[in-house]
Design a protein around this ligand. Structure first.
Ligand code: HEC
Ligand code: HEC
Length: 308
């Protein structure tokens, strides 16, 4: 699907270039050959546009002066609880975001790098621009796996929330939060995504459940978690494994948790216990990360599931 989005973007660029200024699209190729120092995108947008784009991309990576600690606090909450980043990024020995685990993602075995401790896979510390791009799903030049599979859906995380996570991650590694090394981000940042209104609404629940916590990674429809079919219907297989089924968790039209009240759902996310007193293992459903979510955020996801 990322590829599809990319294709649409490229087609838009081509359409723009075809009807820009001087007319004939073959001019673009000719001029590029005459002055090779000017890049293809300069031909389309002009130098100033490119400089403006770079400047605005860099400014996207910062919060207002004095707000750094507030951002880092929200970032910690998002990394540890809503995003449950450790499900993939914690070490095989449980090391906090230290990397080195292999996870099955849509049938592929993927080796996950560390995010704050870089010794497990020899990965180097990243600039905030690179990390921003990586979280939003861009492949970094030195990425081990060259796959965006791990982050499908994150392209719709708000810029504000991704930046908050970066302030937190950089505060953990005690690295300076600077614009140094953000240039590569110009190609990998993607479109600006505004922050949704935070409330216990189904809309915000969709942002949390589908894009951030991505319950749909496992509780997806059989066709995959980014298909047109209804999410949360449940899958026959979970990430290619036969031993681990993410069941249907729709409340309105599903049959597994349709009788659950909001309080049952909150109890489940806090303890892994179902109203039928079944204890769900964290190796199946990572409720041990979600248990730190605010009740308001849990309610938002419940609202969403109630509508499906
Ligand atoms: C489903 C598994 C999965 C989850 C959950 C996940 N990631 Fe990742 N992440 C990956 C994989 C796989 C890569 C490597 C991608 C590549 O090689 O291009 C990666 C790469 C990264 C990188 C780049 C690291 C580097 O040095 O190359 C950062 C930063 C990152 N993830 C942050 C996060 C954050 C923050 C979260 C939680 C909001 C998160 N990830 C959740 C699988 C995951
Ligand atoms: C890594 C995969 C994975 C993710 C991510 C995940 N789940 Fe689960 N979940 C499972 C599996 C597998 C089960 C069934 C375990 C079992 O029956 O032993 C399950 C069970 C459940 C159940 C209990 C259903 C029952 O059998 O009564 C609920 C409710 C649930 N998950 C909600 C969620 C919510 C909400 C999210 C996101 C915030 C989420 N899950 C994220 C894999 C996942």
């Amino acid at each position: 699907m990322n590829l599809k989005l990319k294709a649409i973007f490229l087609m838009t660029l081509l359409a723009l270039s075809a009807c820009s200024g001087s007319g004939k699209s073959s001019d673009i190729e000719g001029e590029t050959q005459k002055s090779p120092s000017i890049g293809w995108d300069d031909q389309v947008f002009g130098k100033d546009f490119y400089a403006d784009l770079e400047a605005s991309n860099v400014s996207r990576l910062f919060v207002a002066a004095g707000q750094e600690a507030v951002a880092a606090k929200r970032g910690e909450y998002l990394v540890k609880h809503v995003g449950a980043c450790g499900v993939c990024h914690d070490g095989p020995d449980g090391g906090f975001l230290s990397g080195g685990k292999t996870v099955a993602i849509d049938g592929q075995e993927v080796l996950v790098p560390g995010v704050i401790s870089y010794n497990q896979m020899g990965a180097k510390s990243k600039s905030v621009g690179e990390m921003f791009a990586a979280i939003k799903g861009a492949d970094l030049p030195d990425a081990e796996t060259k796959t965006k599979l791990g982050h499908i859906g994150y392209e719709w995380l708000s810029d504000q929330d991704v930046v908050a996570m970066l302030y937190y991650l950089k505060s953990v590694t005690k690295e300076p939060y600077t614009s140094a090394g953000t240039n590569m981000a110009v190609g990998g940042l993607g479109a600006y995504v505004p922050a949704p209104t935070r409330s216990a609404s189904a809309e915000y629940g969709r942002y949390l459940g589908v894009n951030f916590a991505r319950c749909t990674r496992c509780h997806k429809s059989e066709e995959g978690y980014f298909s047109d079919s209804e999410p949360f219907v449940g899958s026959e297989r979970y990430e290619g494994r036969d031993d681990n089924l993410g069941p249907d968790i729709r409340i309105k039209s599903g049959e597994v948790i349709n009788a659950w009240r909001e309080s049952d759902f909150i109890t489940y996310l806090k303890t892994g216990k179902t109203p039928g007193a079944k204890q769900i293992a964290v190796s199946m459903c990572p409720w041990n990360y979600y248990k730190g979510m605010t009740e308001e955020d849990m309610r938002a996801i419940y609202k969403l599931l109630s509508k499906l």
